[in-house]
Write a protein that binds this ligand. Structure first.
Ligand code: CA
Length: 542
């Protein structure tokens, strides 16, 4: 946000989320100068109000006098308490607000909201790759799993050669990706929480975009031995594309395909590389025989996430994603939302929306576990919100959370996944996948959960991408969408500009998802932008 004093590009515009809100946010590029007379919100308490000071874009203006100690409401929720008297027309920023205490996890409303069922949406399809376990890929990728970081350098060399020398011979394969990570050795592998990173790696290897082909590169002496990463029976039968339903989840009869670098048969570096290339060929042959076919939209497993958020996230992009989520649920698809610290202050909304009391209990269990995890590090959910969030107008985690959970739409929460868990075939609809809010860790855990398409909203701007799955990026503001015209796939800022309703933006996103699922490339794919996998390891290292 620049400190430019240039005049706004159009009539002053402020957006209030709820009629009971005490604040509205400034929509104009560059903010609004002191002395600006506000036109609205139409018929509201803000009409005719004069700004007492400059208010930057996406920041809040007080619509009423807020005496010291009084509750300040946005989204019809108390986002803070005034630290001093705040006269109407003032800029309400984070230094003027005290953070409310987190809601206790006892006495919550459990599955009390029963929304009217959404009418089914039938007939929508995309072109996807059917897998033997019933899942569907949106990309046809060779993924090479690793047991330990020690092998990453060798695998990088092998992957580059596969890309250059082998992939041109297998035109139906979209790419090759080395599943590299920092886990595997030097870790307390028997610690109570070690199963989280281990199952995350196991389940990522089985992501629908990898076609059921599993290939492992191991060092040999590491703690995470290949049989521990992928025990017998953990891999569905490979290479039966097009025969979904017949193979089911039956375990593979084939032994695990492992290239072990310390194997005595390897004499010299080139021997390791040639071994990896030779094994890769077997999988590439099978992947190359796969074809896209028409599948129902219900095969989509869409992970939604926000990162680099600003006060527009909860006004434009996240509500549009929420409308998209409702369409996906109506089409029988699965939508995962996550980010523990960004939903914690909305816990009572989530438990109330749980489909059953058992699901509500699972939400409480996951968020309670995460509270204790943060307490061990002597912090709490307020450690979330970055300098960029605050510069973007988000005063604290409560305000950020209210704008974040809108991504989940209005459907009942049907299932809850613990970190690293994988969706079962019978788990559909809206899912709370409990993860940290860190963009890369959340994306990594959503990959493990079985995500085949990712939607990521951003207000400040992040060039985030994943090699394992297409990422559709949604800008919250038109200014960002214009500046990052070749990084942002969708401009939800048009909602604030008055060009598009939230419902229209949600429908457009849904339509775009079907195209991307069918092979249309995102900007991140076009530029080959991919962030590293980052595991959530709450257990000690040694
Ligand atoms: Ca995030």
């Amino acid at each position: 946000m620049t400190a430019s004093a240039s005049p706004p590009d159009r009539a002053p515009l402020v957006i209030r989320m709820h009629a009971a809100d005490h604040v509205a946010i400034v929509a104009n590029d560059g903010g609004l100068p002191a002395g600006t007379v506000l036109p609205g919100p139409v018929g509201s308490v803000g009409t005719g109000l004069t700004l007492r000071e400059r208010v930057p874009q996406a920041h809040k203006v007080a619509l009423v006098d807020l005496p010291a100690g009084s509750a300040v409401r946005r989204y019809d929720v108390t986002i803070g308490y005034a630290r001093a008297d705040i006269p109407a027309g003032s800029w309400v920023h984070e230094k003027l607000l005290d953070l409310p205490a987190a809601r206790e996890l006892q006495g919550l409303p459990m599955a009390t909201v029963k929304p009217a069922p959404l009418p089914p949406l039938q007939g929508r399809t995309f072109q996807g790759y059917r897998n033997a376990d019933g899942s569907v890929g949106t990309r046809n990728l060779l993924a090479i799993t690793t047991t330990v970081q020690c092998v990453a350098g060798v695998l990088d060399v092998a992957v580059e050669r596969i890309r250059r020398e082998l992939l041109p011979q297998y035109p139906n394969v979209d790419g090759v990706v080395g599943l590299e990570h920092t886990y595997g050795c030097g870790v307390a592998i028997d610690a109570p929480e070690a199963p989280i990173p281990i199952r995350t790696l196991r389940h990522i290897s089985l992501n629908p975009n990898f076609g059921g082909e599993v290939m492992v590169v191991s060092l040999g002496c590491e703690k995470l031995q290949p049989e521990r990463l992928l025990p017998p029976g953990s891999i569905p039968i490979a290479g039966s594309a097009g025969s979904a339903g017949s193979a089911g989840d039956a375990p593979s009869a084939e032994p695990l395909d492992v290239v072990c670098l310390q194997d005595a048969a390897h004499v010299g570096f080139m021997s390791m590389i040639e071994h990896i290339l030779a094994n890769a060929r077997v999988h590439l042959e099978r992947l190359n025989r796969r074809q896209r076919e028409t599948v129902p939209a219900s095969a989509l497993v869409v992970g939604v996430q926000c990162g680099g958020s600003d006060a527009f996230s909860g006004v434009t992009a996240n509500p549009a994603v929420g409308a998209m989520a409702d369409l996906l649920v109506r089409a029988g698809a699965t939508v995962m939302f996550s980010e523990n610290t960004e939903v914690r202050d909305a816990v009572e909304q989530l438990t109330a929306r749980a489909a059953t009391p058992e699901v509500a209990e699972q939400i409480v269990e996951q968020l309670g576990w995460y509270d204790r995890y943060l307490e061990r590090g002597r912090v709490d959910r307020a450690a979330n919100t970055t300098p960029g969030n605050k510069a973007g107008g988000l005063s604290n985690i409560v305000e950020k959370a209210m704008g974040s959970i809108i991504k989940s739409g209005t459907a009942p929460i049907a299932h809850v996944l613990a970190p690293g868990d994988k969706l079962r075939a019978d788990q559909r609809g809206l899912v709370y996948a409990a993860t940290p809010a860190s963009d890369f860790i959340c994306g990594t855990l959503q990959l493990a959960a079985g995500m085949n398409l990712h939607v990521f909203t951003t207000g400040r701007g992040t060039p985030y991408g994943l090699a394992e799955c297409p990422v559709v990026k949604v800008a919250t503001r038109s200014e960002l969408a214009r500046r990052w015209h070749d990084l942002m796939d969708v401009n939800a800022g048009r909602i604030a500009d008055g060009e598009l309703t939230i419902e229209e933006a949600g429908q457009a996103l849904f339509d775009l998802l079907l195209e991307v699922a069918s092979g249309r490339r995102t900007w991140a794919e076009h530029w080959k932008l991919a962030n590293a996998l980052v595991l959530f390891n709450p257990a000690p290292v040694t």
